[in-house]
Write a protein that binds this ligand. Sequence first.
Ligand code: BGC
Length: 348
Amino acid sequence: MKKILAVLICALLVVASMGALAEGQRVGVSMPTKDLQRWNQDGDNMKSELEAAGYVVDLQYASNDVQTQLSQVENMISEGAEVLVIAAIEGSSLGEALAMAKDEGIPVIAYDRLLMDSDGVSYYATFDNYMVGTVQGTFIKDTMDLDNAEGPFNLEITAGDPGDNNARYFYQGAMDVLNPYIEAGKLVVKSGQTAFEDVATPTWATEVAQTRAENILSSFYADGSNVDVWLCSNDSTAMGVANALAANYNGNYPIVTGQDCDRENVKNMIAGKQSMSVFKDTRTLAAQVVKMVGQILNGETVDVNDTETYNNNVITVPSFLCEPVFADVNNYKELLIDSGYYTEDELK
Ligand code: BGC
């Protein structure tokens, strides 16, 4: 009996190791930076899920430096990656690496941010970026009751990185909701800065958003007038605006929007310094991408749900869009703690 058991266990181990060998294909995962919480989570989630599925994962972070990312991706290719997953620092700066991948027949999945100006990108997985902006704009519209309240209200706008294709979608989604009220004079932008180029934040840096917000506050609100709402495209920029408000402003605290549910921003929501965020569960996106990688490597049809929206100036990239979710102080426990995204302690 013992012998039979031992033989059975041995056989099982051999089969298991053969399976692992068969699946042990290399997947290169290139992330923009470790500076922002979300990319660490995206990278970690993807690595552990891909490894659990039996792949060998080459995960690299590029310190928000375009050249570093380019050479990291080139190294992944020369080290035998069979699929690449790339969240670009600057959507249009990886052309050489993408051409190399295409030449070698390596499929590339653009992760969260579209890879621009190249036909070397096979799929795109992201959250519905325009919807993120819509959620922010609609929150402002509803909270201020813009259809009924008399106003006028003062609005300022802080958007994202011009090098990130997502940034314009976030901005446009929100502005399409708010523009009618700006045109009607119900929302007034005292700084006069409304065009994307004027409100953008290179590299999404908190410090850059903070400096611009401080300038706006001292130039346009030092007379004691209130800024009623500050549309911020994401949490890192919302943090900059919250810091500027803390340093430089004595009026009524404005509505401040965000995106990502970064830990420090959720703390700010709880403390009343940020009004909402948009939850993009990185576990969902990572799981979707792991599924796509498997489908690609097994020669199966790859799941997509949008084949029209994301043109990168060369091709329209088949995309899978996950749904972003509104988050505020009333639902964060259910969304973030009950789902195991954060522990209660992490938000203290
Ligand atoms: C992502 C956002 C993030 C921003 C800054 C965007 O591409 O979609 O979730 O806040 O980059 O890292």
